[in-house]
Design a protein around this ligand. Structure first.
Ligand SMILES: [Fe+2]
Ligand SMILES: [Fe+2]
Length: 259
């Protein structure tokens, strides 16, 4: 089974790249399961119902989120009714939405878990203890389990990789919008990457227009950040695994490769 996990969709360039590059891969049968982090789909600030439904209709099996999960007010109610879009499981109890889901794909069940880190991010419950509790609730674990660990610190993401090594199919980091080159299999079982990257404009600073970010760095004055439009590309993590959930290979993808 081939699972493609697409890094944070950023604005209209990200939506275009996802819909025109990643989704057709599923239509052509090059991948079996399509997962995507959609936390920056709506002008960089969260996701709305329209875009979520567009992604699901185009082939996304599950949408994950992160610290921008609730940026769009309308999403609160939708997160409670749309089981195929999840937000970090270790948000405070009672927050809208759920943190993990098991979906029936054409290739059998796949569980997706979304977590958020605590280093350099707003306070949340412990992601390590949280994922342990979730794994105890999954009755039959011999199927693919994919974890999106949305975090700033590389150390915290790698810690989660080793915490779950041998217990889940894959741990992919998100949030920094910069793809890392450390894709590998941990303990002959678990595919890992510190960050899958960002899906959006390549000619940007982590997906935003360069001018505003540069002005902020050079003057310290407040600036309004807008998603950049040029040179859309997909950054993703491709995992191959058996139906038993054991990963056999994994790689970071950038499409187009040399944009
Ligand atoms: Fe984020
Ligand atoms: Fe993001």
């Amino acid at each position: 089974m081939k699972i493609l996990f697409v890094g944070d969709i950023m604005g209209s360039a990200g939506r275009k790249a996802f819909l025109e590059t990643a989704c057709p891969m599923k239509e052509r049968g090059e991948i079996d399961v399509l997962l995507v982090n959609g936390e920056n789909s709506a002008s960089g600030k969260g996701i709305n119902k329209k875009f979520a439904e567009q992604f699901l209709k185009a082939g996304a099996d599950v949408i994950t989120l992160g610290d921008h999960a609730y940026d769009q007010r309308e999403i609160m109610g939708y997160l409670n009714e749309q089981r195929l879009m999840i937000r970090p499981a270790n948000f405070a109890p009672g927050c809208p939405g759920k943190g993990w889901v098991t979906v029936d794909t054409a290739h059998g069940p796949v569980t997706v878990i979304n977590l958020i880190g605590r280093v350099f991010l707003n306070p949340s419950d412990c992601p390590f203890r949280c994922v342990d509790k979730i794994l105890k609730q999954i009755p039959q674990q011999k199927h693919p389990i994919f974890v999106d660990m949305h975090a700033e610190a590389t150390s915290e993401k790698m810690a989660m990789g080793w915490h779950l090594a041998g217990r889940v199919t894959a741990v992919a980091g998100t949030h920094t919008h910069i793809q890392t080159s450390d894709a590998r299999i941990l303990k002959d079982h678990t595919a890992y990457i510190t960050d899958a990257g960002m899906t959006g404009s390549k000619d940007s600073i982590i997906g935003c227009e360069m001018d505003a970010i540069l002005k902020r760095f050079m003057t310290g004055l407040p600036a309004r950040f807008e998603p950049a439009e040029g040179n859309p590309s997909v950054e993703a993590f491709l995992v191959e695994c058996g139906r038993d959930g054991k990963a056999s290979s994994c790689q970071a993808l950038r499409m187009p490769e040399h944009g």
